[in-house]
Design a protein around this ligand. Structure first.
Ligand code: PEP
Ligand code: MN
Length: 348
């Protein structure tokens, strides 16, 4: 349920409502929008009479029932699109962000070279995995904390905020000390303890869609994070598993537009995992932006043939630089701009 406050509502009115909700063991999620303040009430057992009761509270304009199973993530809850702020870079505000970097952090030289090149080409954030979910236990599983330190070093020099995956609740605090955006991978989309733990940090979270998840399940996973009072969720479509074998996954372009319609959260696309082929990354990047994605996360590597993971879907640094102006053309054709990198280096 959503309680929409009048323009004239005071802090005291809001506090009275919160207190009453507390008596029902419910929590109100307060959202101060440009026009109105609203209180989202979520919980397994909302009394049937609560709506009527709330309509009579001072300061309340009206109440609405949210019909979708996800509440805080739904556009019924918030009609305005949300903007997630990552160290001053706005995701979802009409400027398309490009997050680029290797699948895995491999060495100082590799991450520094990549960071400098993608920054130069206009990327707004740096990606790189230090904890890698690998299908085979014998594959390279990441440098761990050393990889995070190398990412922080790249951020210090280039100013690019860093996006990196956290795989287990036990590592959240440590990864959060380095990351600007915590990535929850496709394989962990339904790891509910991890979702709650990243939710508790209050930090921006990049939530990948599970490879066999419906859009509703994906949004319910976002709800787990948001229910920890963390509104900073960025959804990421990364392809789903289908019968098709010509590509690694089937990039669900539909899902971008559907998620934007059902949810107010920013949605970005990952054409690298979505296709599994470097030569498909440019066309599918363009398609994803044209479909309304608020940005892209793209794997790029100085020497994809020698990459320890996902080389076959990684762009060379040259191909990445060639793609950027083409993305700008699509952003402008859809009445948006490209986000610009932060001007100054960020202190670690
Ligand atoms: C990745 O970003 O390198 C990754 C493992 O992605 P996904 O979780 O989408 O497979
Ligand atoms: Mn990868």
């Amino acid at each position: 349920m959503v309680i929409v406050m009048r323009n004239t509502a005071t802090e005291e009115h809001i506090a009275d409502i919160q207190e009453r909700l507390g008596e029902y063991h419910l929590r109100g999620h307060l959202v101060r929008g440009e026009e109105r303040t609203i209180i989202g009430v979520v919980g397994a057992t909302i009394p049937l009479t609560l709506r009527e009761e709330m309509e009579h509270f001072p300061g309340v304009d009206h109440t609405l029932r949210i019909t979708r199973p996800y509440k805080l993530a739904s556009r019924e809850f918030r009609t305005e699109s949300s903007v997630v702020d990552v160290r001053g870079i706005k995701v979802g505000g009409g400027a398309c962000v490009v997050i680029a970097g290797p699948c895995s952090v491999e060495s100082e030289e590799q991450i520094m070279q990549t960071a400098r090149a993608v920054r130069e080409a206009g990327a707004t954030m740096l990606r790189g995995g230090a904890f890698k979910p690998r299908t085979s236990p014998y594959a390279f599983r990441g440098l761990g904390e050393i990889g995070l330190q190398l990412m922080a070093q790249a951020r210090a020099e280039t100013g690019l905020p860093i996006v990196t995956e956290v795989m287990t609740p036990a590592d959240v605090d440590m990864v959060a000390r380095y990351a600007d955006v915590l990535q929850v991978g496709a394989r962990n989309m339904q790891n509910y303890q991890l979702l709650e733990e990243v939710g508790r940090t209050g930090m921006p979270v990049l939530l990948k869609r599970g490879m066999a998840a419906t859009i509703e399940e994906w949004l319910l996973s976002a709800e787990y994070i948001m229910n920890q009072d963390n509104p900073n969720v960025i959804l990421c479509e990364r392809g789903i598993r289908t019968y098709e074998t010509a590509t690694r996954n089937t990039m669900d372009i539909n899902a971008i537009a559907v998620a934007k319609r059902l949810s107010h959260l920013p949605v970005i696309a990952d054409p690298s995992h979505g296709t599994g082929k470097w030569y498909l990354v440019p066309p599918i990047s363009l398609a994803a932006l044209a479909a309304g994605a608020d940005g892209l996360i793209i794997e790029a590597h100085p020497d994809p043939d020698r990459a320890v993971s996902d080389g076959g879907q990684s762009l060379t640094l040259e191909n990445f630089a060639t793609l950027m102006p083409r993305l700008r053309a699509i952003a402008e054709a859809t009445d948006r701009t490209m986000a610009t990198p932060l001007e100054v280096a960020v202190a670690v």
